[in-house]
Design a protein around this ligand. Structure first.
Ligand SMILES: Cc1ncc(COP(=O)(O)O)c(C=O)c1O
Length: 427
């Protein structure tokens, strides 16, 4: 019997096999999905702990269930650490996901039917920023701003003009696929000018902000939402920080507005992750995430690939696969070719994309996960080379096999969880 996940192994061999296979997949491929990362074993300890058994509707000291004395401590620690990490006034650590954090923030800031101005999904925004089929788009009247066709960066002049026309209740900033620094000071100024509340969704860049390698929205925004599992490298979940005048409305929007019992095992894991993010090593890690992104961007550009907006300031970049320099394939074909070569990415719409979302003309790639396992800027140049070869010959299975072997050799030099030793459990 394997010593990895022994209880699942004993009780449910089918799920145990899946867990081991996923562990092996993560170890053996190069993870470039910009929104993924690998948590510490300490974070996973908490997620797999007895705290999952506890109901704790309400907030520390004011619960609707008895026996909450220990989970109260965990939630208070998580909140205190989050407040310290972002120099925030107040925090709520209960949202079970980034989308739920966004729904709760909007519920606190605006009445149903209110006008919200947010970044266009097709230019890098998120579903929960007003997609017509998302609860956000169903509940509020959304208007969208985007990037300029000239430089593919947010056109702040056009945005100010649009804000003055729309007069939104909330100006919402933040994105899933935008590789440039966001000017939160300027955005806050626009919100103030039109009398809107200013909300920032920093899901992607929370880790960079915590480490001071991206400017912080916290001093400028009324409410800031985030996910805890991307650059922040914690468990899957969401969190909110806000100015003190908003905390009552935020708390009530999260519970009972959006959720019932919070996932206390995840709240404890968030506390561990925030504690890790407060350590000096976390700043070094985020610095390396950005350096690796620069190295990958340079490596791809030197080999003739076009990046949206010409590069990156943060942890991610968008590759435009169209001609004339591009390999002239869709994002869907690129995703498959890279996957066959041992590199995982996601297809993604790029600004002004003529393709449908299931095909796309681009891919989104990022460096948080590979940096966690210790990839260096030299490794990123190798990755750029492998990607370029795979993208320019996407049907060549012999090439895919060769590249896959090279990727595997690099991954084996830099295991993610050497303590879990998956190779010894799968044979
Ligand atoms: C900007 C942004 N906000 C919110 C989310 C939603 O997070 P979740 O998947 O946890 O709901 C994402 C996830 O990709 C995101 O990129």
């Amino acid at each position: 019997m394997s010593s990895v996940y022994p209880y699942a192994g004993h009780q449910d061999p089918q799920i145990h096999r899946i867990m081991l296979a996923e562990l092996q997949r993560q170890e053996d491929q190069i993870e470039l999905i910009a929104s993924e990362n690998q948590t510490s074993l300490a974070v996973m300890d908490a997620v797999g702990s007895v705290l999952t058994n506890k109901y704790a509707e309400g907030y520390p000291g004011r619960r609707y269930y008895g026996g909450c004395e220990h989970v109260d401590e965990a939630e208070s620690l998580a909140k205190d650490r989050l407040v310290e990490l972002f120099a925030a006034e107040r925090a709520n650590v209960q949202p079970s996901s980034g989308s739920q954090a966004n729904h709760a923030a909007l519920l606190a800031l605006a009445e149903p039917g209110a006008r919200i101005l947010a970044m266009d999904l097709n230019h890098g925004g998120h579903l929960s920023h007003g997609h017509p089929k998302n609860l956000s788009g169903i509940t509020y009247e959304f208007f969208h701003y985007g990037v300029s066709p000239k430089d593919e960066r947010i056109d702040y002049v056009a945005l100010r003009k649009q804000a003055n026309e729309v007069k939104p209740t909330v100006l919402l900033a933040g994105a899933s696929a935008y590789s440039r620094t966001l000017d939160f000071e300027l955005l806050a100024d626009i919100a103030k000018e039109v009398g809107a509340s200013f909300m920032v969704d920093m899901a992607h860049i929370a880790g960079l902000v915590a480490a001071g390698v991206h400017p912080s929205p916290v001093p400028h925004a009324d409410v800031v939402t985030m996910t805890t599992h991307k650059t922040l490298r914690g468990p899957r979940g969401g969190a909110i920080v806000c100015k003190k005048e908003w905390i009552k409305k935020i708390n009530s929007a999260v519970f009972p507005g959006m959720q019932g019992g919070p996932l206390m095992h995840v709240v404890a894991a968030k506390a561990i992750a925030f504690g890790e993010a407060l350590q000096p090593a976390f700043r070094d890690y985020q610095q390396r995430v950005v350096e690796n992104a620069q190295a990958l961007a340079n490596g791809l550009q030197q080999r003739g690939c076009r990046l949206v907006s010409g590069g990156t300031d943060n942890h991610l970049m968008m590759v435009d696969l169209r001609g004339p320099e591009g390999p002239a394939i869709t994002g869907a074909v690129a995703e498959d070719a890279l996957h066959a070569g041992g590199i995982t990415v996601n297809k993604n719409l790029i600004p002004f994309d003529p393709e449908k979302p299931m095909l796309t003309s681009g891919i989104r790639i990022g460096t948080p996960a590979v940096t966690t396992r210790g990839f260096t800027t030299d490794d990123m140049d190798s990755v750029a080379d492998w990607m370029n070869r795979l993208l320019r010959d996407p049907q060549n299975s012999e090439l895919q096999q060769r590249v896959r072997a090279e990727c595997l050799a690099l991954c084996q030099q830099k295991p993610i969880y050497p303590q879990l030793r998956p190779e010894s459990t799968l044979c």
